[in-house]
Design a protein around this ligand. Structure first.
Ligand SMILES: *[C@@H]1O[C@H](CO)[C@@H](O)[C@H](O)[C@H]1NC(C)=O
Ligand SMILES: *[C@@H]1O[C@H](CO)[C@@H](O)[C@H](O)[C@H]1NC(C)=O
Ligand SMILES: *[C@@H]1O[C@H](CO)[C@@H](O)[C@H](O)[C@H]1NC(C)=O
Ligand SMILES: *[C@@H]1O[C@H](CO)[C@@H](O)[C@H](O)[C@H]1NC(C)=O
Ligand SMILES: *[C@@H]1O[C@H](CO)[C@@H](O)[C@H](O)[C@H]1NC(C)=O
Ligand SMILES: *[C@@H]1O[C@H](CO)[C@@H](O)[C@H](O)[C@H]1NC(C)=O
Ligand SMILES: *[C@@H]1O[C@H](CO)[C@@H](O)[C@H](O)[C@H]1NC(C)=O
Ligand SMILES: *[C@@H]1O[C@H](CO)[C@@H](O)[C@H](O)[C@H]1NC(C)=O
Ligand SMILES: *[C@@H]1O[C@H](CO)[C@@H](O)[C@H](O)[C@H]1NC(C)=O
Ligand SMILES: *[C@@H]1O[C@H](CO)[C@@H](O)[C@H](O)[C@H]1NC(C)=O
Ligand SMILES: *[C@@H]1O[C@H](CO)[C@@H](O)[C@H](O)[C@H]1NC(C)=O
Ligand SMILES: *[C@@H]1O[C@H](CO)[C@@H](O)[C@H](O)[C@H]1NC(C)=O
Ligand SMILES: [Cu+2]
Length: 650
């Protein structure tokens, strides 16, 4: 077995690593950093993205006199430049925020974006100024709201950081932004998703795959030209297979990390991942070619009949000739990113034995309110009352004690310069792309998928694994169904960094942990202190910028009053029970009663049964009346309770 996989790996490397890319001599190039100003205001509008439906979207007014626009602007800056972006909340009621995905924010943690982690939410009529440099980073990135799935409504855009010393030669550059699109807005979809009527946590099915915020995109190309082509998946749910008919990619960068040029005819791109490739066009113009996007349909709980799984876009050499037809391939033979090797300054030898190993088990289950949540180690992330960065800044010597950050935030404290290993075991049957803020990490191990009827393949800490000498590095990596991955990084970026599934549905379900990295250095660094603008934003939204997760400023180890997740299902009442019932029941109150009653049949403690019915917002007496046969055992207890209530009020 081991021998066989070795041979496979070896041949894979032989046929994919290429020397076609031409390396530039960049030794004499110098560059003076610039500052770029943006002044954006959020708003609500309508836009027909896919040509089939006028959807509610989030618009951007760039305050340039042109009014609100959609899609959002794309940003292009150079390595080392400064970005100063003022985000004005123009919504009537919604909070907002912006995160620059993949940027390290080294020394500027408060500019990272996730609300209640590094910043206060920006309230309507309030403005937050993001001010940071892109020191030492280049490549393909993106920005998006980090508030309540807002980026699924279009509050996002591509970010390209040009490197004046980019190592490979090319003639032209192009960005292709891929995503999925929903006709309904995120707030409407979330209400249906986080709902007792969706007990399996089935994610809403998108209507279409899109490219550059449209369908049927045309890309006019020049023949005989080497393009640096940047694929950026700004979606919130599905991974996509990407290929171009009869053309080959040479991958040179993933998630901002340069890699040894690697040939592939197909890419598998999860949401939030980026692949930058060299693409040499043909030297003739007698045909046009299909740019294909294909759903990873294993991520969909149901595949509606009218869902178009493959989308065709047009790579046009010659507009006089007809557009290409859909391109069909025999197999989905895509690049395994585990085989990539970082290039140049990004090449880093396998980090040594970890100082701290954090094991995270992913699972999904229902809590007592009937809703399906996602868990790391049985904890579903629940926002603290004070953004975690502000708890760090105000907690003095207590900042190294994870207690400060709450029992429901899954906070881990990392000490300065420690080697951190995260072992992630996916007990769930889905694929999940995980993103770490503030870092790229080495991916040293990734297990194969396990079928639904098998037991999950956990990482074995005593196992005999052979790790790559120069592991792949990136900021977003997927785990296969019921399998695992292991990543390592050095804790050399003081800050509070969110680690979460980038499927927005799963983040909403709580699939996140928080790394509090080197809290003492955060406290003692000038640039990490809250700007006065930031304090104003907190005041406007009514969030304290001092205190522990429970907003306690006196005793940082007293978490009384902190936000907590709902209780577990009562014993005997299983998630399966809820699922079975919801699918067989009618809508409305009658449906709820049926669920409650069915669940009750497996529950032997009448006290717990009543508790559960009340949790569902129902009157136990009513439930019993409507379902006499199934609940007779409850009747006496309810009567007793009523009697004792009556006695109390006398
Ligand atoms: C770089 O500069 C040095 C000194 O000016 C010169 O000798 C060398 O040819 C230059 N190299 C390139 C690639 O331009
Ligand atoms: C942003 O634009 C608005 C409207 O033109 C203006 O009032 C505001 O001063 C601008 N803010 C910044 C930081 O330039
Ligand atoms: C793309 O083509 C489909 C038909 O294949 C059409 O229904 C849709 O409106 C087109 N979308 C756009 C944005 O042109
Ligand atoms: C905005 O944030 C504040 C503070 O967290 C919160 O109380 C409020 O409910 C939020 N508003 C909305 C519409 O979510
Ligand atoms: C925002 O400011 C405008 C103009 O000052 C005012 O009309 C509006 O009521 C304010 N909205 C909120 C939510 O405070
Ligand atoms: C941005 O940050 C730099 C460095 O801290 C500071 O000098 C500058 O005043 C800031 N600009 C704004 C508009 O906040
Ligand atoms: C796609 O959108 C990007 C901006 O994100 C733009 O730079 C690029 O030119 C567009 N490509 C095509 C083919 O329209
Ligand atoms: C492409 O380049 C080759 C060799 O340089 C040349 O012979 C050919 O005419 C070019 N084709 C086009 C379409 O420009
Ligand atoms: C397309 O047709 C026009 C008119 O016949 C011609 O002038 C042009 O050169 C053609 N373009 C290409 C790329 O063949
Ligand atoms: C989609 O693409 C795959 C791969 O090219 C192909 O096998 C399949 O037939 C296509 N069509 C549909 C409807 O899935
Ligand atoms: C999560 O809960 C399950 C069931 O109670 C238990 O077996 C498991 O050990 C828990 N996992 C962790 C990491 O605490
Ligand atoms: C952050 O900056 C420090 C030096 O100021 C450097 O040692 C460290 O490697 C940087 N971390 C990252 C993730 O870039
Ligand atoms: Cu996920």
């Amino acid at each position: 077995m081991l021998f066989k996989s070795f041979v496979l790996l070896f041949t894979a490397i032989l046929c994919h690593i290429s020397n076609a890319a031409i390396v530039r001599d960049t030794s004499n190039i110098t560059y003076t950093p610039q500052t770029h100003y943006f002044n954006w205001t959020t708003g609500q509008g309508h836009y027909n993205v896919d040509g089939t439906f006028d959807a509610e979207v989030i618009t951007c007014d760039a305050n340039d006199g042109k009014g609100p626009r959609f899609p959002w602007p794309s940003i292009k800056v150079n390595k080392g430049d400064r970005i100063i972006l003022t985000l004005n909340n123009g919504f009537e009621t919604k909070n907002t925020s912006i995160h620059f995905h993949g940027l390290f924010q080294n020394g500027t943690n408060q500019m990272d974006g996730p609300e209640m982690i590094t910043q206060c939410p920006i309230a309507p009529n309030s403005s937050f100024t993001y001010n940071f440099t892109v020191d030492g980073q280049s490549g393909s990135y993106w920005y998006h709201s980090h508030t309540k799935g807002q980026y699924m409504d279009g509050m996002k855009g591509t970010v390209v950081i040009e490197d004046p010393k980019f190592p490979f030669e090319y003639d032209k550059e192009e960005v292709l932004e891929i995503a999925e699109w929903y006709h309904k807005d995120i707030d409407t979809l979330t209400k249906k998703f986080m709902n007792v009527y969706n007990p399996t946590g089935a994610e809403p099915i998108p209507q279409n795959l899109i490219m550059n915020n449209t369908m049927n995109l045309t890309w006019a190309v020049e023949p005989n030209t080497t393009y640096l082509l940047r694929f950026i998946n700004t979606g919130g749910f599905v991974s996509q297979y990407i290929w171009i008919e009869d053309h080959e990619f040479e991958v040179v960068e993933v998630d901002g990390v340069y890699v040894d040029p690697y040939k592939a005819s197909m890419l598998y791109i999860t949401v939030a991942q980026r692949y930058t490739v060299l693409l040499k066009t043909k030297d003739t113009t007698n045909k046009n070619y299909a740019i294909m996007q294909k759903f990873d349909d294993t991520m969909l709980d149901v595949i509606p009949n009218d869902l178009v799984l493959n989308r065709t876009n047009y790579m046009m050499y010659n507009t006089n000739l007809s557009k290409p037809e859909e391109n069909i391939v025999d197999e989905l033979d895509f690049l395994d990113d585990f085989n990539l090797v970082p290039y140049g300054e990004y090449k880093e030898e396998l980090l040594g034995e970890p100082d701290q190993r954090i094991t995270l088990d992913v699972s999904m289950n229902n809590l007592k309110n009937g809703i399906n949540y996602a868990f790391f180690n049985n904890i579903t992330f629940t926002q603290p009352k004070v953004p975690t960065l502000m708890s760090v800044l105000s907690s003095g010597n207590d900042s190294s004690d994870p207690t400060v950050y709450g029992s429901n935030t899954n906070a881990f404290v990392l000490e300065k310069d420690e080697i951190i290993e995260v072992v992630l075991n996916n007990l769930d049957t889905g694929t999940h792309p995980f993103h770490l803020h503030g870092h790229i990490f080495q991916v040293i191990e990734r297990g194969v998928a396990r079928d639904d009827d098998q037991t999950p393949l956990n990482y074995d800490p005593t196992g005999n694994y052979s790790y790559p000498q120069y592991p792949m590095r990136r900021d977003t990596v997927y785990v296969r169904p019921q399998s695992n991955f292991v990543i390592r990084f050095k804790a050399d970026n003081p800050g509070v960094w969110f680690f979460h599934c980038h499927i927005e549905w799963h983040l909403t379900q709580g699939l996140a942990v928080v790394f509090v990295e080197d809290p003492q250095t955060i406290q003692s660094t000038n640039s990490q202190q809250l700007t006065s603008n930031h304090k104003n934003v907190c005041e406007a939204v009514g969030v304290q910028y001092e205190g522990n997760a429970a907003a306690n400023t006196k005793d940082y180890l007293d978490l009384t009053g902190e936000n907590k997740q709902h209780k577990n299902l009562p014993k005997g009442f299983t998630a399966k029970g809820i699922v079975a019932m919801t699918f067989s029941c009618l809508s409305g109150i009658l449906g709820l009663i049926t669920i409650a009653v069915y669940g009750l049949m497996g529950m032997n403690d009448p006290e717990a049964q009543i508790d559960f019915i009340e949790e569902l917002g129902l009157d136990p007496k009513e439930v019993v009346d409507e379902n006499e046969e199934n609940t007779s055992s409850l009747t006496s207890l309810i009567n007793q309770n009523e009697q004792s209530k009556g006695n109390d009020s006398l």
